[in-house]
Design a protein around this ligand. Structure first.
Ligand code: 5GP
Length: 118
């Protein structure tokens, strides 16, 4: 399926919709989830038209892939969650209930997160 550049995260990247940004570099943007599921719930998105992890890793330039994952690690450290723990999650497609068709990694922290989601 073609990337839909009207999705909400594409619009955040273009500055058309506000977001509570916590980190930004040339590869990634990180911001608070509008409906947090943990005391800290940050979304990290790549700066490019990628719907999913499989799309991203198949089509993005290596520098963007590396930069994006470095940004995820940076944000986890910035959240102060490396000692107590955190969870990262990426949904893709209907079975995973992906709501926004732009790759995003959720980072959850700030409380015991329980067993892994299924
Ligand atoms: P998904 O189910 O696609 O993995 O998660 C999408 C996430 O995006 C949800 O956790 C939802 O709360 C968040 N979200 C949806 N619309 C907006 C928005 O306009 N701004 C922000 N910051 N988060 C959003």
């Amino acid at each position: 399926m073609a990337y839909d550049d009207t999705n909400i995260f594409a619009r955040i990247l273009r500055g058309e919709i506000p977001a509570k940004t916590v980190y930004e570099d040339e590869h990634a943007l990180a911001f608070h989830d509008i409906n947090p599921q943990a005391p800290q719930h940050i979304l990290v998105i790549p700066k490019g038209p990628y719907q999913s992890m499989d799309d991203f890793t198949a089509h993005a330039p290596d520098a963007l892939i590396a930069g994006f994952f470095k940004a995820v690690g940076h944000v986890a450290r910035q959240m102060g969650a490396t000692e107590t723990g955190y969870r990262i999650l990426a949904n893709h497609g209907a079975d995973a209930h992906q709501e926004v068709p732009h790759l995003h990694i959720h980072i959850f922290a700030g409380r015991p997160l329980g067993p892994m989601l299924t």
